[in-house]
Design a protein around this ligand. Structure first.
Ligand SMILES: O=C(O)CCC(=O)C(=O)O
Length: 287
């Protein structure tokens, strides 16, 4: 049976900038999701589109003059971008599950275009946090109707890397510089405000960590500040996919400092034009 969305869930998304939706993907969709992530995991060593953030962490530390003996990073953190373009299972979940329709209901839009996806794999023993950040600075689009469906393939706990959100931060006026994702340093060339140091005082910002089950989805707005812990367990991998959906009010916008090979960059659209074309496929519209 198709899951529909309640008015309380819609209200919660608009008020807090995120909402935990339980039981969105049933067993058969979870199987497809899990196969999609496993393929990326298996290809991690050979697939140039998969980044290992622990190697990046070492690179950043070396640049700061930290000697190799002092590296404190343990474990891996794998990220893959735009797998919908080469992973059939992932494209199927992104386009054909109930998520596009739920995104339309949440954002109150007549049509949904797929923006891109990211896979996040934190194996046991990874102490790499996802630093608090706002998605907007990384992305080549602007508008209010932009959201992520963060769909875990595993049970997510505080210990293996639950996502944390700053409630209501999507309503703040500021647009923040994107950081290097595993550190607070801003990406070079980024415009915008400096993000406050949320890690140092999570209580002040009211950070809420959300534990969830496979099949659940957490949806967050493009301006909601979020991050996640490392995976301090010895046996529980945390694999998840962020599916990004956009609605009617969204236009192309390519500011300076966009990280290469991550978010989609169009050869044809100019800033201010509505998203269109095969790079941003139309995957759902109101009958
Ligand atoms: O899974 C994570 O730790 C990061 C996810 C994230 O930042 C996102 O989906 O926007």
């Amino acid at each position: 049976m198709k899951r529909s969305i309640t008015s309380a869930e819609i209200e919660s998304y608009h008020q807090d900038g995120y909402v935990h939706l339980r039981n969105v993907l049933d067993e058969s969709w979870l199987k497809v999701l899990s196969t999609a992530v496993s393929r990326v995991e298996n290809e991690a060593d050979t697939q140039p589109r998969v980044m290992n953030m622990s190697a990046f962490r070492r690179h950043l530390d070396a640049k700061k003059g930290i000697s190799e003996e002092s590296f404190e990073t343990t474990g891996d953190y794998l990220i893959a971008h735009n797998a919908w373009q080469w992973n059939d299972e992932l494209r199927k979940v992104a386009f054909e599950s109930s998520m596009p329709e739920l995104a339309a209901q949440l954002m109150n839009t007549r049509a949904i275009r797929f923006y891109f996806d990211q896979i996040f794999i934190k194996p046991p023993g990874s102490n790499l946090r996802t630093t608090f950040h706002q998605d907007l600075g990384y992305w080549t689009c602007r508008g209010d109707q932009i959201c992520t469906f963060w769909a875990p393939a595993d049970k997510v706990t505080l210990a293996n890397g639950a996502m944390g959100y700053v409630p209501g931060s999507h309503l703040w006026d500021e647009e923040f510089k994107a950081n290097v994702f595993i550190d607070r340093d801003a990406i070079q060339g980024q415009e915008g405000d400096d993000l406050p140091d949320i890690e140092s005082d999570e209580a002040r910002y009211g950070v809420v960590y959300v534990e969830c089950e496979p099949g659940d989805v957490i949806v967050h707005h493009v301006k909601t500040i979020h991050g996640s812990g490392g995976n301090v367990t010895s046996d529980s991998t945390r694999r998840s996919i962020g599916f990004r959906y956009t609605g009617d009010d969204v236009v192309y916008h390519s500011p300076p400092g966009i990280p290469p090979n991550s978010t989609p960059v169009s050869d044809t659209l100019v800033d201010g034009e509505p998203l269109s074309g095969g790079l941003f496929p139309l995957i759902w519209s109101k009958a």
